[in-house]
Structure formats: C-alpha cells, structure tokens
Ligand binder design. Structure first.
Ligand code: ATP
Ligand code: MG
Length: 565
C-alpha cells in the first residue's frame, strides 16, 4: 500500500471522554470514528487490523473442523418467543418493526436462528456432530457503552454452535474449541488466561472465558500460583477453613453503636478486627427474605448465593422497607441473633467457624458482642457464599489465589438441550428414534480483541502491535523524495521487493518531514520501520528500527530480508 493513496488521518487531540489507552489510541490513530454512542466506523486503517484478527479466527475455526455460514442480523420475534427469550433478554434487545408491523430484533447472538436452521437441516445422527460458525455483526443495547469498541453497541462477533447426540461428543467439540481458542489468542500475541466461568442466565454446565490480562479490564479473575487453576471471581470456590469452631467463651452482650453501621466503623468502635465480626445481608429468596452471613472482612458473592437452593437464581438485595417491615430495624444493624424464625440464615463457611463474634443487634443503634452460633443464633445452612480474596487457598488444593483484571475476549459454553428442547430440534438416532440434540456455543469478540490488544501493548508513542495484527508489518519511509528522484526510486524498488516476498508493507510516500512521518508510524504501531535516505543510499545501507527497540541501526538489504523472515 502506498500511503499517498490511502486515508491515514492521525490526530493529536483526543476527546476527553476516552478513558482508557486503547480508546484514546484508536481515536488518535484514526482507526475508528464515533457515529453515535457505541456505534463506530472502522476507518481503512482500523479495518485492516480487524480483518487480520478475523483471518486468524477463521483459519483456526476451519482448522478445528467448524464450518462457516452467514445468518441474518435481523431475526423474527416468533423465533425468540419459542425460546422464551423475547421478554427475558430485556432492553438489551433492539427491536424493529417492518411495514406490516411485524416485530424483529437485531441479533445480539444467534442461538435461536442456528437452532431453527439445525432443526430444518439436520435429520439424522449421521450428520452429527457438526459445528457451524459465522463472523457477523451483533447489536446489544448496552446500558453503558464505553471504552470505544471494547463495549460497543454494535460489534463484530465470531459465534459458533455445535450439535450432538451425546454429552461425550459435546465435550469433544468443546475441548476442540477450547484448544482452538488457545491457538487463536496465542497466535495473536496476547497474554491471556482461560478461566472457569459462571454459566449465567444461559444455563448449562461447563463454561470457560478467555480473558486478556489488563489492569483496565472490567472482569475480576483469580488464578493459582502453583497450578493452572483460574476462574472468574463470580465462579471461584472458597474452600472451607481447616479449623474447627472454638467453644463459646463470652457472654452475649448488647452494646450501643449509635452511629456505627459499617463493619469497619463497628470494629474500630468496639476495638475488634473485622475478622471477628459477622456481616449480615438480607436478600430475596424464592419465598421470602433470606439472611446471608459472611465474616466482616469478606463480601457476599451474589452469583454463588443466587444459585443456592431456595434462591431464585440471582440474589437481589431486600429493600429498606422490606427489612424494616420484617425486622423492625434498618440495614446496618441486622444480625443473625433473634431474627424472625421465618428467615433462613445461610452462613458462609468461614463465618461458621467464628465464636464470640460481633454482629448486628436487630435494633437501630445496637450490636451484639460475644455472639455464638447455635447458642445465640440459628444456622439454617452452612454454604460457600463469599467472594474469594487474594491469598485464599486455590480450590484445587495447589497454591494460593492471586487476583488480576481481565478483558473477556472469548467464551465457550455447553448449552445442553436448552435451545434444542425449546425449538424441538431433533434428529433420528441409530434406532430411528427422534432425539433432542445437545448444543455447545462458542463466541469471540473479534472487534473487542483489537482494543484488548492495544490495552496490553502500547507505550507513550503509540501502539505496539503483535505482528499478526499490525495494519502492515513493515513501513518503508522515504526522506525527501522530491529533492532526490533516486531516493524515491530506491524506496519504490525496496517496496516492490518486500511485496514480492509476501511481506505486508506500506510505503510512506507522503513526503512528510521525517519527525512527523516517524511519529505516525510509531503511533499506528508498525512493527518494523525502514528508512531510505540519501545518506544511507550513499553508504549502501538502510536504517532499520523495530518498534519495541529504542535505537535505529544500519542494515544491508540482505540483513533486512533475513530479519523479516
Ligand atoms: P460481557 O460480559 O463483556 O458483557 P458477554 O458475556 O455478554 O460479554 P457473550 O455473550 O459471551 O458476551 O459474547 C461473546 C463475546 O462477544 C464476548 O466474549 C465478548 O468478547 C464479545 N462482546 C460481548 N459484548 C460486547 C460488546 N458490547 N462490545 C464488544 N464486544 C462484546
Ligand atoms: Mg460471556
């Protein structure tokens, strides 16, 4: 590509609302331009990168035996009614009407459409297993679109869906996809981890998220320092403590805590540590309120708690009015001692081994000291309901947990029969009997990967692309071509030779001053820069600089070729 014929439009000023490096750099390089909230145009420069990511994803999907198709982005309401998700998906779903007043949505995902395709196309067990994929635009009306294409409303996703008759077959394809994802993110040069994930509202059993590690990541993940255990914080199990509960040694005493509500305030006031306190929150169970008790220094894990028996799948905090009506007190003073009998008390494993603890007094402005389970407070059940913290033992028994932030770039799920059952997608088995198929689904945020890579790889001067994602691998910069035609010729010849070797090269023939030209090439992150100048030409050398190196050096043409491989 000759830059004089391209549209490169880098900018110095960055809009103030760009909070993170990748967003700022994508705007400064001109890779994207905002159309409206969460909607972006990919400029020619941005599109080159997006297409490279797409190509790696496509290659590895093909290699793993998945077959590509393309489904519409507009999906009919009736299909979503069949799966029961039209209402359930909520305001994230962008709904549109056609001229006949029929309702459609813009695809946020495609389980319904692919299951419809499968129930029409697949008739026999002989056609299974099969794994269909597409790379197609999605729309989700995110509450808070932000960070540019990182959390956009319209974005590019690779989504695939596999069909099976047995769990064993599903597991095989799931493992193959897991491996393909490992290869994709490794090839793209990203630092990432595959973490065990919660299966959320979509249901099903096994699930992993692929998280690119970055401090600005929205997801909290934990990993062991001594094994390959890694999980989303929501999913990570907190092991039961090895210690047993000591016998009570203190009397239960009500103490005045007129203004102390938070655990830290109460602990400081009573001169105890938060570890000696029990924190109680009331949430809505399937029938009535449920008390969740964790140690004062721990937090309730709402996802784990929501999955417990008697919970509606999510844990929603009770309102102040509900709490007042049932206990006569306000949040901040709730505790397990003397709670009305109809409220089940679910105690976290670590809180359950406390003795002589401090807890809310169920009266405004009061707490208890010297409280003990069983003697003073009911324990309906002991469960794992807290968020893990750094330093906890790894649930696989190997090493301790560390925390990191991640950007979710991929997700693999075992859906089981959820959609096939709802849409009656069956095939005939070996005995000629109709069987509901099992499904797996596997997503990759193709456009998000671009932002995630920048988040991980940038410096003050700009982006440091991993080679497979760079808009071009090599930039040939020409100094003063107008003054010396032989320089322009030498540069053109070098450009031709690189191209002939299949090396993706851009010729910067815009005639800019060297400073401005180099700044642009650094900003847009070209991994290799070669300068053709009068001085070099005279000495028979080229000036070469790798993007990640501080200094340029003189190389011969042969050296350059061997360097670029
Ligand atoms: P998140 O938790 O980030 O909202 P999700 O779990 O809802 O994502 P999936 O339904 O698993 O996302 O979609 C598959 C992939 O699509 C995700 O792993 C992510 O990389 C990408 N993705 C999801 N939402 C967006 C978005 N708003 N903008 C860009 N990429 C997205
Ligand atoms: Mg996900």
């Amino acid at each position: 590509m000759r830059l004089s014929q391209f549209h490169l439009a880098t900018v110095k000023e960055v809009p103030a609302d760009a909070e993170i490096a990748s967003h700022r750099l994508m705007l400064r390089t001109g890779m994207i331009r905002k159309l409206a909230a969460g909607l972006y145009t990919w400029s020619p420069l941005g599109l080159r990168v997006l297409r490279k990511v797409e190509a790696v994803v496509r290659e590895e999907m093909d290699r793993a035996g998945a077959v590509e198709l393309l489904m519409p982005t507009i999906q009919p309401q009736e299909l979503w009614e069949e799966s029961g998700r039209w209402a359930k998906f909520g305001p994230q779903l962008l709904k549109v009407k056609d001229r006949k007043e029929q309702e459609f949505c813009y695809a946020p995902t495609a389980e319904e459409v692919i299951t419809d395709f499968a129930r029409n196309e697949l008739k026999s067990y002989k056609q299974l297993p099969v794994n269909f994929y597409q790379i197609q635009t999605k729309f989700r009306d995110e509450i808070r679109p932000r960070f540019g294409v990182m959390r956009a409303r319209e974005f590019l996703m690779k989504d695939s869906y596999s069909f099976h008759l047995s769990q064993e077959s599903l597991q095989q394809t799931y493992d193959a996809m897991y491996q393909a994802y490992q290869r994709i993110f490794t090839r793209l040069g990203l630092k990432f981890r595959a973490v065990q994930a919660d299966t959320g509202a979509i249901g099903g059993n096994a699930s992993h998220e692929f998280q690119v590690l970055a401090d600005s990541g929205e997801d909290a993940i934990v990993f062991s320092d001594a094994s390959d255990y890694a999980a989303n914080v929501e999913k990570a199990e907190a092991l039961a403590p090895a210690t047993a509960r000591p016998a009570p040694s203190a009397e239960l005493k009500r103490v005045d805590t007129p203004t102390q509500k938070t655990i830290d305030e109460v602990a400081a006031f009573l001169k105890v540590t938060p570890q000696q306190c029990v924190k109680t929150i009331l949430v809505r169970g399937s029938d009535g309120l449920v008390a969740l008790c964790v140690r004062g220094d721990h937090e309730v894990n709402e996802v784990k708690a929501g999955k417990l028996e008697g919970m509606p799948g999510e844990s929603v905090l009770a309102t102040e009015e509900e709490i007042l009506a049932l206990t006569g007190t306000r949040p901040g003073f709730i505790g397990p001692v003397g709670l009305p009998a109809e409220i089940p008390v679910i105690v976290d494993r670590d809180a359950a081994v406390l003795a002589d603890f401090v807890c809310g007094g169920n009266q405004d402005g009061s707490h208890y000291t010297g409280a003990n389970w069983d003697r003073d407070a009911r324990v309906t059940r002991v469960e794992d309901i807290r968020k893990v913290v750094a330093g906890d033992l790894s649930p696989d028994g190997k090493g301790t947990l560390h925390m990191a932030r991640g950007i979710e770039v991929g997700h693999v799920f075992q859906l089981g029969k959820k959609y096939a059952e709802a849409l009656k997608a069956t095939v005939l088995d070996e005995n000629g009997k109709a069987q509901v198929m099992m499904m797996g689904c596997y997503g990759i945020g193709v456009s998000r990967i671009v932002a995630a890579a920048i988040e991980q790889r940038h410096d003050d001067a700009g982006i440091l692309w991993p080679e497979p994602m760079a808009p071009w691998r090599v930039a040939v910069c020409v100094i003063n071509p107008k003054n010396a035609p032989e320089i322009a010729e030498a540069a053109e010849s070098l450009y031709q030779q690189l191209a002939a070797r299949g090396i993706d090269t851009v010729l910067d023939d815009r005639g800019l001053r060297p400073g401005a030209m180099f700044a642009d090439m650094e900003l847009i992150g070209i991994p290799h820069r070669v300068v053709v100048s009068e001085r070099g030409l005279a000495a028979g050398t080229l000036e070469y600089r790798a993007r990640h190196e501080a200094e340029a050096r003189a190389v011969t043409l042969d050296e350059l070729f061997s360097l670029l491989g």
